[in-house]
Design a protein around this ligand. Structure first.
Ligand code: M6R
Length: 615
């Protein structure tokens, strides 16, 4: 959701900024812009509605020289996506240009004050208020940019990551962060890079600084990075080494990131388990469980907070933890949890699950849990993001950058981590016997191979997909561990093909959704062999009896369901609790191929953002 790129150094800024914007395209946006200080000291701003490619076309005949610049992709919140509302925004005199991620909550009050002082606004955004306010403070107090930013931010309520160029200081970018991520890259020869995450920076340097809330950084070419807070107190954020390869940021021969990421899952699961499951595949070691053993083992209750796909992983986590550890688990939408005055007790453990580690609702839920004295544990993918920094401990899923907006490998990574976590706590609590524990750990290590088997259904699913292209609605049914898989399958289809889809617990269908069933309604049933197998067969019969068209995911060798399903997709067998790791793969493939058949932009679906940093 919105992307920031900045560069100040010895090279031409424009190509670096455009490439950086392209690396951030996955976050979701609807307009883009760039500001450059040219070699004559002029500050040029170019903006365009649409994609970064549209911005490039617009810039074709413009002056793009200069080695200092900032650039932005905007996901509209205040004001429609058009070039006037796109960032960067000029200040009234044209001396400053500013880009912003986040939302300024008190922008109306600030704007009224500025309008009364004669400042004319050119957009309807909350962002423009910031640049006008900063310049107004600068000029009326005759102070420099950093001080004006400090004064201005004292007046601002909201979330922001901002970067500002000042025509009078072409060697400097000033940036600041509050509840919205910002990463500074330390280049060679005193060059600086800026990004809302590390992806636009990674190909230039592996040394980065993740700014903390309240930090204001001054990137001045050839000088050491200066980081202060609003009260001008020096801050000392640590330099971190990042480990992102270019291959991880590129499509590697696949037409879309999503399909690349679906196919990466076996390797990702191996990475996720590497160093955590020993070579004999009989023991899991998670340092967070060793370090906080007492806190986890004595938890009276676990509350999982998350959004979207991560929430679906949480539903699987609940079943894993309750069955193995005998600890009651509640799974909450972070967006509801934060506003409904929940009962949180000091002996609760709150597990926050997030791919990006920047989801605003999940961050707010964490804050609430911390204030109530609960112990907060993070399950996150993005290294160094806000959630791992705001939780007491946690486990990274280590599946590499996920670029496709529709989450795939992060989901299976989250479920893998939750499986390891449940097994580890269960062993410490002695709620699982040794033999079962070892058997399950061994089975978990076989999952990557079984995922490879599941991926072999790709061609069959590609053929099937064309049948469903014209569907208006689809129903996904599952039970037990496969119920969240049904929810996740439906979400994938909705997100990228724009076909309405519902995930339902199969037995609940007769309490309402069964009224929707007719021959026009494709029904996808996850019917792998487990303790509810016979029950789900009855549910399939209920669909068939009403003319519904059934596609069933079955365990390889199943001959029973073949007799009455329209299509069957065979999957390798595994233990019931690990079935979601296998069964989610064909549903990801199905959503992908249907969306491709419909000609949709799979990696950048309309209206969606990869990282939802506003509530
Ligand atoms: O980064 P997070 O895991 O916190 O994101 C949560 C949701 O926004 C995310 O899972 C969303 O539902 C995805 N688009 C799902 O594909």
């Amino acid at each position: 959701m919105c992307g920031i790129v900045g560069y100040i150094g010895h090279n031409e800024a424009y190509p670096i900024l455009i490439k950086g914007l392209k690396r951030l395209e996955y976050r979701g946006y609807d307009s883009a812009g760039v500001a450059l200080i040219n070699n004559d000291g002029g500050l040029n701003v170019y903006k365009a509605k649409g994609k970064v490619a549209d911005l490039e076309s617009y810039c074709e005949d413009k002056d793009k020289t200069g080695s200092a610049g900032i650039a932005h992709t905007r996901w509209a919140t205040h004001g429609e996506p058009n070039s006037a509302n796109a960032h960067p925004h000029y200040s009234a005199s044209g001396r400053l240009a500013l880009i912003h991620n986040g939302i300024i909550e008190n922008y109306m009050t600030l704007k009224e004050n500025l309008v009364e002082r004669g400042i004319v606004f050119k957009s309807v955004t909350d962002t423009e208020v910031l640049v006008q306010l900063i310049e107004h403070i600068m000029l009326s107090n005759n102070i420099e940019l950093l001080e004006a930013v400090q004064v201005a931010l004292h007046q601002v309520i909201g979330a922001y990551a901002i970067a500002i160029l000042d025509r009078n200081h072409p060697d400097t970018i000033v940036c600041a962060r509050q509840s919205s991520p910002l990463v500074v890259g330390l280049g060679k020869e005193g060059d600086y890079y800026l990004g809302s995450d590390a992806s636009p920076i990674a190909e230039y340097t592996d040394r980065v600084i993740y700014l903390n809330d309240g930090d204001i950084a001054v990137m001045r070419l050839g000088e050491e990075l200066k980081v202060v807070n609003m009260d001008n107190e020096t801050q000392h954020p640590k330099v971190k080494q990042i480990d992102i390869t270019l291959g991880q940021l590129e499509k590697g021969g696949y037409p879309y990131f999503m399909i690349k990421e679906i196919f990466e899952q076996p390797a990702c699961m191996r990475d996720c388990m590497r160093g955590r499951i020993n070579v004999d595949a009989d023991r899991i070691t998670l340092s967070a469980v060793i370090d906080y053993r007492e806190r986890l083992v004595t938890a009276r209750r676990i509350i999982i907070v998350a959004c979207g796909t991560s929430w679906h992983a949480g539903l699987i986590g609940k079943q894993l933890i309750e069955s193995m550890c005998r600890i009651p688990v509640e799974v909450e939408y972070a967006s509801e949890f934060r506003y409904r005055d929940p009962v949180i007790m000091p002996d609760d453990v709150v597990i926050a699950i997030s791919q990006s580690g920047e989801t605003a609702d999940t961050l707010a839920a964490i804050e609430l849990a911390r204030q109530a004295g609960a112990f907060v544990f993070g399950v996150c993918n993005a290294i160094g993001a806000s959630i791992p920094r705001q939780t007491q401990t946690g486990v990274y899923i280590h599946v590499g950058p996920e670029i496709g907006v529709a989450s795939t490998k992060a989901f299976t990574g989250q479920v893998t981590v939750l499986s390891m976590l449940a097994l580890s706590i269960a062993r410490e609590k002695k709620t699982i016997d040794d033999e079962t524990y070892k058997h399950m750990v061994a089975e978990l290590t076989l999952i990557p191979d079984k995922m490879e088997e599941a991926l072999k259904t790709n061609e069959q699913i590609e053929r099937l997909a064309s049948i469903f292209t014209y569907a208006k609605n689809c129903l996904y049914l599952g039970r037990g561990y496969n119920y969240p898989v049904a929810l996740e399958g439906a979400l994938k289809l909705k997100e990228i093909s724009y076909i309405h889809a519902e995930g339902y617990p199969a037995a609940e269908m007769k309490h309402g959704p069964i009224a929707l069933i007719d021959s026009e309604m494709p029904v996808f049933v996850i019917a792998t062999r487990d303790k509810l197998y016979e029950k789900i067969i009855s549910n399939i019969q209920e669909v068939r009896a009403r003319g519904g068209r059934v596609t069933a995911l079955v365990t390889r060798g199943d001959t029973q369901i073949q007799q009455f399903a329209d299509h069957v997709i065979e999957l390798p067998d595994t233990q019931e609790c690990f079935q979601p790791l296998i069964a989610s793969i064909p549903l990801q493939l199905l959503a992908y191929h249907i969306a491709v058949c419909k000609g949709k932009d799979v990696d950048r679906p309309r209206n969606l953002a990869k990282s939802v940093t506003v509530e």
